[in-house]
Ligand binder design. Sequence first.
Ligand code: ATP
Ligand code: MG
Length: 238
Amino acid sequence: MLEIKGLSVAIDGKVKLKDINLKVGPGELHVLMGPNGSGKSTLAFSIMGSPRYEIIGGRILLDGEDITDLPMEERARRGLFLSYQNPPEIPMVTYRTFLLNALRIWGKEPEPERIAGIFRKLNLGDEFLTREVNKGFSGGERKRAEMAQMLLFNPKYAILDEPDTGVDVDSMKLIASTISDVLQRDIGVLLITHYARILSLLPSHFTVHVLVDGSVRAEGGPELAQRIEERGFEGGRF
Ligand SMILES: Nc1ncnc2c1ncn2[C@@H]1O[C@H](COP(=O)(O)OP(=O)(O)OP(=O)(O)O)[C@@H](O)[C@H]1O
Ligand SMILES: [Mg+2]
């Protein structure tokens, strides 16, 4: 279980998240929605342990162990994964080198054949592995490469920050089927999205959490996502 207990976060002394409570169990799908700037990515980075985000209250537990004060790499080693809303470029480092290094750091076997197989599964040919990380990748290619990382690292819990934004219909299906696959493998997923469309391609049992102005204002089932799709946030009672 990934447990967020009463989490409050500040950036540069300004409070951005207030008293967030969230539990993601193995194999569960949780969906985080909310207006632009409401704090969704801030929550994702805070759970992952990005040092720019100051925890001013609450705890984060991973399978019962308090990880609130652990560095990012240690959280990753223990089974947390974050796919970025805006996957960063890493100049002068090929994707293959980047992935092999990450695997080495986390004490996992470097398996070049497996990496290539996973990339192909995400419709990314071998040439992507010899290119600099994300440099010149299209938006959809970047998002699919993030999904490839998730399959490769095989985490316990995956936080996916808008994997469906800016991707074409075929990529959306590929990304959704990848998420369905990892859910079946008992990986818990916290999916941040603006659109009900990807949810229609995923298993229908999920919980929606609506973040507005740094607080969770509503929680519910798939019907809540549908309501947001139809009426937006202003039209709702958030
Ligand atoms: N590193 C940072 N420095 C300063 N302000 C930040 C930083 N990160 C986030 N913020 C601010 O915190 C607020 C929440 O941003 P966040 O990126 O979490 O929103 P979001 O819900 O992910 O929005 P979107 O739907 O547009 O991705 C915004 O006002 C943003 O400008
Ligand atoms: Mg965001």
